[in-house]
Design a protein around this ligand. Structure first.
Ligand SMILES: [Zn+2]
Length: 526
């Protein structure tokens, strides 16, 4: 009897759920969103404009401005309101690479693959100079080189070596991984594995220590009047260069020495020749333009106004960062996310959807230097996480959805510790379950703009995406280009984001929240 009773109870429980599942799957608006995306997608056209037409989109650079202006104009043309470039605060100097040539001229001629770090100075015309190998494990050993670096190109010896890769660049999540993500337990504060934390701390300290000698050498080389400093790209193989910033960029900061990153293969060639006593000469011609006429950072913001009398002042947001590094054209990081977000609002507009809440899209800048654009926006709009003094718009906010993990297909969503949103998101994902998106995990993910919302206690989420070539090939590299985008994945992602935003804008309740965090001074890890 007992058993039968519990089975009956179980049936009672699952019956309404399965009914609901059918309803969600058959929701005509979600079906229309998917059909429009399948048949009339503009997502690749948007991505083309943001990448190959605009160029690299370093914050406060002409490429960023081209892409941002295109986005504003495009959003306006789809009928979004209040489309604007919205300043979030002072960033610093603009920087644009205008020429970059490097080749080996002795012991024989060989073109080299490399890219200057952002905010590097130039060479003042074509220079031909000897490369000097610096072998120094610590700052004391470095002293032997002081005063000898003038007019030289400096290369610091590394102790590691080229490592062949036996892993595929691109992979999709396998079911087992997704199941364990779905079953993950929330991490209680203070319950973390202390041995793992200690290992991570040691690793971090080791990485910091490894940067001391290169940084001292750079200062010494600049003071001595060196032409440039060279390094080999890390996590690099097969001609790929991972390249980010090369120093300070505030208007009061002095110009940085040219800091040039080579592929690991070209770097190793030079080091081996020099260690064998064979002199190496290089030709370099690098021109970089710095601008200080407008040092402010801007986000792109636009809205689809809400129509419900009671709910129209409440807001659902979607976004991704528009700025990129400069080695490629920032296709997977993060034109992909911006194209998905723009396409999602285009879908909603094209279908004539009248949302109950206001839908607001944000394409951030300054993300790569520290989530500056989204932090600045959140601070002026919702409140300051440093003090937790909240503004009235905080109460009227439903949720923020972010995409910033490359071109990979959406497989689910991170709850960011917000268990109360689990059933809601599982339901919203149901129409996409049969296409491989069904995982809702309690886990956190970091490193991007939803954290700015999370920091002030607003529901901010990032989706789980297949890891297509991201860490292995495209993330901050010269290979982050249009061809690395997968059209089918971007289309699918645009439809799922549009569905989430639609559901958040139409449902009776706002997305549930976690407990408000403490002021940021007492938080760690943000
Ligand atoms: Zn990114």
């Amino acid at each position: 009897m007992r058993k039968l009773k519990s089975i009956c109870f179980f049936l009672l429980l699952i019956a309404p759920l399965s009914l609901l599942a059918q309803n969600e799957r058959a929701n005509p608006t979600i079906q229309k969103i998917r059909q429009e995306e399948m048949n009339n997608s503009k997502v690749m056209d948007i991505a083309f404009h943001l990448t190959e037409i605009s160029g690299p989109r370093l914050t406060v650079s002409p490429g960023f401005t081209r892409a941002a202006n295109y986005a504003v104009q495009q959003l306006k043309s789809w009928g979004l309101t209040n489309a604007t470039l919205d300043p979030w605060g002072d960033f610093g100097k603009g920087w644009e690479l205008q020429r970059s040539y490097i080749a080996m001229s002795a012991p024989y001629y060989k073109p080299l693959i490399g890219i200057p770090k952002a905010w590097s100075g130039g060479t003042a015309g074509l220079q031909s100079a000897e490369v000097m190998l610096v072998s120094a494990k610590d700052s004391a050993a470095l002293e032997a080189y002081r005063g000898k670096l003038g007019r030289k190109i400096i290369i610091l010896e590394r102790t590691d070596a080229y490592i062949q890769s036996f892993q595929a660049d691109a992979e999709r999540y396998i079911d087992d991984t997704l199941i364990s993500m779905a079953n993950a337990k929330p991490v209680e504060r203070g319950s973390q594995d202390t041995a793992a934390l200690r290992r991570r701390r040691e690793q971090f300290a080791g990485q910091r220590a490894a940067l001391v000698v290169p940084s001292l050498l750079k200062t010494m080389a600049k003071n001595d009047g060196a032409i440039a400093i060279l390094s080999g790209s890390t996590r690099s193989h097969d001609g790929t260069v991972f390249v980010q910033g090369g120093g300070a960029y505030k208007t009061t900061d002095p110009e940085n020495l040219l800091d040039f990153v080579l592929t690991i293969e070209d770097y190793m060639t030079i080091v081996r020749l020099l260690k064998t006593g064979i002199p190496v000469k290089l030709e370099m011609d690098v021109k970089a333009k710095f601008t200080t006429d407008d040092t402010k950072g801007y986000n792109v913001i636009a809205e689809i106004k809400g129509t419900d009398k009671k709910l129209k002042d409440e807001v659902v947001m979607l976004g991704g960062h528009l700025d990129s590094w400069h080695g490629g054209t920032g296709a997977t990081d993060n034109a992909a996310g911006c194209a998905i977000m723009m396409e999602a609002v285009r879908l909603l507009q094209t279908l004539g959807i009248k949302p109950r809440r206001t839908i607001r899209i944000a394409l951030w800048s300054g993300e790569e230097q520290g989530l500056f654009g989204s932090k600045g926006y959140v601070k002026k709009t919702f409140g300051d996480p440093a003090t937790m003094v909240l503004l009235p718009a905080h109460e009227k906010f439903s949720s923020y959805f972010n995409v910033d993990n490359g071109t990979g297909k959406i497989r689910g969503i991170y709850l960011q510790g917000n268990e109360a949103a689990r059933n809601l998101f599982a339901r919203w994902m149901q129409p996409f379950n049969d296409s491989g998106a069904k995982t809702v995990t309690i886990a956190n993910t970091g490193g991007t703009d939803h954290q700015s919302f999370d920091a002030i206690g607003l529901p901010g989420f990032q989706f789980i995406q297949d890891r297509i070539e991201y860490n292995t090939r495209t993330h901050h590299s010269n290979m982050d280009t249009y061809d690395h985008l997968i059209e089918a994945d971007l289309k699918f992602n645009a439809a799922i984001v549009a569905a989430f935003v639609y559901n958040a804008a139409m449902s009776d309740e706002k997305v549930p929240r976690k407990e408000l965090p403490k002021p940021v001074a007492s938080q760690r890890g943000f």
